[in-house]
Design a protein around this ligand. Structure first.
Ligand SMILES: [Zn+2]
Length: 110
């Protein structure tokens, strides 16, 4: 099956990328062109962003042998990656705080 991701441009450096979601439902920018050293398997989803899963080198080689593309995160290449990471780290801290707060309020109700 051929998967054509929806291309967009990195707002920081202008590179062609597309957005995936990770298993944590976070958005991750991925290089638009498949990469022969890629460590991401991208699966199209009918209900939103494609899902990117980090795979082991052996799995990646197997996928490429089967004619399936592998990708790399744009974090690795973007000159503004530090900026992305800072935001991502901040976001996950906020998410964790919210989750903990929600768990506490559920515990109170129970
Ligand atoms: Zn970039």
């Amino acid at each position: 099956m051929t998967f054509t991701p929806k291309a967009t441009k990195c707002t920081a450096c202008g590179a062609a990328i597309f957005f995936c979601r990770t298993s944590n439902s976070e958005q991750m920018p991925v290089e638009f062109e498949p990469n022969p050293n890629g460590n991401l398997a991208v699966t199209p989803k009918s209900d939103g962003l494609p899902e990117a899963v980090v795979i082991r080198p052996g799995q990646a080689a197997g996928m490429r042998a089967a004619g399936l593309p592998t990708y790399v995160s744009h974090f690795a290449a973007c000159p503004m990656a530090d900026e992305f990471r800072r935001k991502a780290r901040h976001k996950s801290t906020v998410d964790t705080y919210r989750r903990n707060a929600a768990a506490r309020s559920r515990a109170r109700r129970a």
